[in-house]
Design a protein around this ligand. Structure first.
Ligand code: SF4
Ligand code: SF4
Length: 165
């Protein structure tokens, strides 16, 4: 059975050990901080989001449909991408337009893209006969509401580029 004095001494020794270990650990951390402070080139941590390192060329983040400055795209609404997609990520809604010659012609109405389902397999891009869609390197897709990941790729009021069949 330990006496009160012995218990008190043990407590003081434990206390001193804890303080010693804490100061030692702090100094070790400060030493490393000081090292990188004077060796900037060796820092590998990226200051995201202020700094965004360029992505690797092969990185695929999202299917997009480029439009030119006249709000025109290259999608004919042929549905080849929808058929090529293995998991129903794409839904093409078409409409009929009347050509200047008075003929009815199928055209894209809405290109629905479910980003939350997309595996970035690239099959839709390869299947497109008019290069209407491509892979973008965007990657910050976090949202609070899952429905925000369902996107319409053709912009409002856009139309098929002249000469694309
Ligand atoms: S990249 Fe693959 S999964 Fe995504 S939409 Fe295209 S075909 Fe479908
Ligand atoms: S994106 Fe290409 S493959 Fe898909 S509907 Fe449009 S033209 Fe056809």
């Amino acid at each position: 059975m330990k006496t009160v004095t012995e218990k008190k001494n043990m407590f003081i020794i434990d206390y001193i050990k804890t303080v010693y270990n804490s100061v030692r650990s702090l100094l070790q951390g400060m030493k490393l901080t000081g090292y990188y402070f004077t060796h900037h080139k060796e820092i590998i941590t990226e200051q995201y989001p202020e700094y965004r390192a360029p992505m690797a060329e092969r990185f695929k983040g999202e299917v997009v449909m480029p439009h030119d400055d006249k709000n025109e795209h290259r999608c004919t609404g042929c549905t080849a991408c929808e058929l090529a997609c293995p998991n129903g990520t794409i839904k093409i809604i078409t409409k009929f337009e009347t050509t200047p010659e008075g003929k009815k012609k199928k055209a894209l109405d809405t290109f629905v893209y479910h980003l939350e389902l997309c595996t970035m397999c690239n099959l839709c891009i390869v299947a497109c006969p008019t290069d209407a869609i491509k892979m973008a390197q965007t990657f910050e897709h976090s949202v609070f509401d899952r429905s925000q990941l369902t996107k319409v790729l053709n912009k409002p009021g856009s139309k098929l580029m002249e000469g694309v069949e």
